[in-house]
Design a protein around this ligand. Structure first.
Ligand SMILES: CC(C)(COP(=O)(O)OP(=O)(O)OC[C@H]1O[C@@H](n2cnc3c(N)ncnc32)[C@H](O)[C@@H]1OP(=O)(O)O)[C@@H](O)C(=O)NCCC(=O)NCCS
Length: 100
């Protein structure tokens, strides 16, 4: 499940403000269907949708220690970031944020 979203205008001058961007809300593949490329395909479909919607970037959260998900997203070009998302460069359009 994913979406394209933007923080409301009244927080746009705050450091934490997130402009129009894609977000992977939840991704889970049933155990018997894993390693078939489904997660990658679904994530790429979301990325295409975000591109069509002119989203600035795509971000997602991965729980600390979830090496499978971290490996999946790193392999897809996601780069680990924390805070300061407004200082995005052109080559940082895929952001992986880790949570406890
Ligand atoms: C993480 C998850 C969504 C991956 O789904 P998937 O459909 O099996 O992943 P894919 O088949 O698309 O894998 C793509 C790539 O990710 C990496 N990867 C996926 N599963 C992996 C595993 N168990 N071990 C190592 N690498 C793995 C591989 O690089 C893989 O490419 P390859 O098969 O060509 O080597 C699935 O394991 C899952 O549902 N886990 C539980 C829920 C979860 O953690 N969701 C993510 C929350 S952010």
């Amino acid at each position: 499940m994913g979406k394209v979203e933007e923080d409301p205008p009244y927080v746009q001058f705050m450091d934490s403000y997130l402009p129009w961007h894609g977000h992977v809300t939840a991704l889970s593949v049933a155990p018997q269907y894993r390693r078939l490329g489904l997660a990658k395909e679904l994530t790429q479909a979301l990325e295409r949708g975000c591109e069509e919607q002119n989203a600035w970037f795509v971000d997602l959260f991965v729980r600390e220690g979830n090496d499978t998900a971290t490996g999946l997203y790193r392999g897809m070009g996601y780069v680990q970031r924390s805070g300061g998302l407004m200082q995005l460069s052109e080559n940082c359009k895929k952001i992986l944020l880790t949570t406890k």
